[in-house]
Design a binder for this molecule. Structure first.
Ligand code: HEM
Length: 170
């Protein structure tokens, strides 16, 4: 997909990176990092976590990054299908590992586990849709999973007190 701006044709990846650079530049200029207490990642906090948390975070960050690439790159190509399978593996790892993690609700599952169930059910449905060439269904399923699952669950990990907040801001 190419976005047209007047006589210019801008590939989405260039537009996305440009907007990201603009956002980061503006944030740095107005002192946002200091205001929210952003600091260099305290990776030792991640290193001290059980292996299930480390696998969960690594798979989540990989799925998030690869998801952005999949959105921006051409669809239906061999690279899209190959990277798509890798993304599906990462997502299954994120959701699967989360079934072994509790904490927010004591020893019991919390509401975030609903997203885990949603992901584990929807992921194969999105793959089947792709294999049957039901493109719109495939696109909607994967986009909903990325936005609803990754972006929302990812954003909630930065709630004050949670691990990712302590790694970057606490
Ligand atoms: C960028 C994305 C994500 C990051 C960085 C991330 C990170 C984390 C971390 C560090 C924890 C354990 C420590 C804590 O609770 O602070 C956690 C717990 C959890 N995550 Fe994620 N996660 C992400 C995405 C997801 C997704 C997509 C799902 C579901 C499909 C998910 C489901 C869960 C669940 C169910 C828990 C356990 C919550 C509880 O304690 O009840 N996470 N996540």
């Amino acid at each position: 997909m190419i976005i047209k701006a007047g006589k210019y044709r801008i590939p989405p990846i260039v537009l996305s990176l440009g907007l990201l650079a603009l956002f980061l530049g503006t944030a740095a200029l107005i002192g946002l990092p200091n205001a929210i207490g952003l600091h260099a990642p305290r990776l030792e906090l991640l290193a001290q976590q059980p292996i299930k948390v480390q696998i969960h975070v690594a798979a989540a960050l990989l799925a998030f990054s690869l998801g952005l690439v999949l959105f921006a790159a051409p669809k239906g190509t061999l690279p899209h299908r190959t990277l798509g399978w890798i993304w599906v593996t990462f997502m299954a790892t994120v959701a699967g590992s989360s079934l072994f993690m509790t904490g927010l609700n004591g020893d019991h599952y919390s509401w975030i586990h609903l997203l885990s169930g949603y992901t584990l059910i929807t992921l194969p449905l999105g793959v089947v849709a792709a294999r049957r060439h039901r493109v719109v269904h495939h696109q909607r399923t994967m986009t909903a999973m990325f936005l609803g699952g990754m972006v929302i669950a990812g954003a909630f990990t930065f709630i004050p007190g949670r691990l990712m907040w302590r790694v970057l801001m606490g």
